[in-house]
Design a protein around this ligand. Structure first.
Ligand SMILES: Cc1cc2nc3c(=O)[nH]c(=O)nc-3n(C[C@H](O)[C@H](O)[C@H](O)COP(=O)(O)OP(=O)(O)OC[C@H]3O[C@@H](n4cnc5c(N)ncnc54)[C@H](O)[C@@H]3O)c2cc1C
Length: 332
């Protein structure tokens, strides 16, 4: 029989926003449960962090361990699973997890971040981790004295190419537009100073080349570079952005920001649906600045809003669980 739990607040995610939300809900003394399928979120795989206050330099994984340890001090249960579906039952939210268990909660905080965009080329998934990567900050050191390519033209792609340029013998930055418009000028200047980084404008990757044993060995490109339409590579880094994970919030009627497709929140991290809050990279709460600190701060703000909501409405969900009459005013 799959386990069934009841809590005041279900916090979905295991990144900076989720742990911060859990810390604050614990300190407000409401019951919370964290449900997340990958410990630490993007911070944990992002490599070194130099802009989280209080830590001049720390590995992202270690920073997330500290987040989790602080939450564990308050005995907030952490379930290593994904949220697969949520039903709004009026008095409670009924959530189903990937391990088959269910959770009833009076409120929800979505802190489930964003999904990296893919090129959707054959073998991309098969060779992920074997030459195909989505995180240059994480994997660049593995390409010392090797040849790599970065795909994209935003800040992440340019930063990735600069970083890879420090390790590789050659790095190609492949961008389908004819110039950079999104990265800060200072980044483009640094890129131009990277002697072994070659920028290929108006070029797309048309094929990943390799085999099932070796993984990725090269790519085919849409426009010849120095007479070649095939480049031999040890690795390719796909840095073409990320999409907020909106599927479950949307299924509950949560409004999105029409321009960014992110979950729309007010300044207390409330969505338009009573009892549903959101925090971190999933939301439009901090504009284009998506960082560990903004995610953590939104998690804290969401926890306060959830606490206030649960304080006003908490009896309904618990009463139902305990078999009481949940009609207005009953069992008060
Ligand atoms: C390569 C890279 C380098 C970065 N470097 C820095 C840096 O130096 N400094 C900085 O401040 N920021 C950096 N960032 C940004 C920072 O990592 C993010 O802003 C931050 O991780 C956002 O936190 P979050 O909690 O909103 O989302 P995430 O960290 O993405 O966490 C989302 C969590 O939700 C979980 N999840 C997803 N779907 C479900 C589901 N259905 N059910 C349950 N859980 C689910 C995920 O497994 C994950 O645990 C970097 C990001 C990247 C990609």
């Amino acid at each position: 029989m799959p386990e069934s739990r009841t809590t005041d607040v279900l916090i979905a995610g295991q990144g900076a926003a989720a742990f911060a939300a859990a810390l604050y809900t614990a300190r407000y003394q409401i019951n919370a449960l964290i449900v997340g399928d990958r410990f630490g979120g993007e911070t944990a795989i992002g490599g070194g962090i130099e802009n989280y206050p209080g830590y001049p330099e720390i590995d992202g994984f270690d920073l997330m361990l500290k987040f989790r340890e602080q939450v564990e001090k308050y005995d907030v249960p952490i379930v290593d699973a994904a949220l697969t579906a949520v039903e709004d039952a009026g008095d409670c939210f009924n959530s189903t997890l990937s391990d088959g268990s269910t959770v009833r909660s009076g409120a929800l905080i979505f802190a489930i971040g964003r999904e990296r965009r893919k090129l959707n080329l054959p073998h991309e998934e098969e060779w992920t981790g074997r030459g195909v990567s989505y995180c240059s900050t994480c994997d660049a050191p593995l390409y010392r004295q090797k040849v790599a390519a970065v795909v994209g033209g935003g800040s992440a792609a340019v930063e990735g190419a600069i970083l890879l340029g420090k390790y590789t013998t050659e790095t190609y930055l492949i961008y389908r537009q004819d110039r950079f418009t999104r990265p800060e000028p200072v980044l483009v200047e640094l890129l131009n100073q990277s002697k072994n980084v070659h920028v290929l404008f108006e070029t797309e990757v048309t094929e990943l080349v390799g085999d099932s044993l070796a993984g990725l060995e090269g790519i085919k490109i849409s426009k010849p570079y120095e007479g070649r339409t095939e480049l031999k590579l040890d690795g390719i880094f796909i840095e073409i952005g990320a999409d907020p994970r909106i599927e479950i919030p949307q299924s509950l009627g949560v409004d999105l920001n029409p321009e960014t497709n992110e979950v729309h929140v007010d300044r207390t991290m409330r969505t338009n649906v009573p009892g549903i809050f959101a925090a971190g990279d999933l939301t439009d709460g901090s504009g284009t600045l998506k960082q560990t600190i903004t995610a953590a701060s939104q998690g804290a703000v969401a926890a306060l809003a959830a606490y206030q909501y649960v304080s006003e409405n908490h009896k309904r969900c618990w009463q139902h669980e305990m078999g009481f009459d949940v009609e207005e005013g009953a069992a008060d």
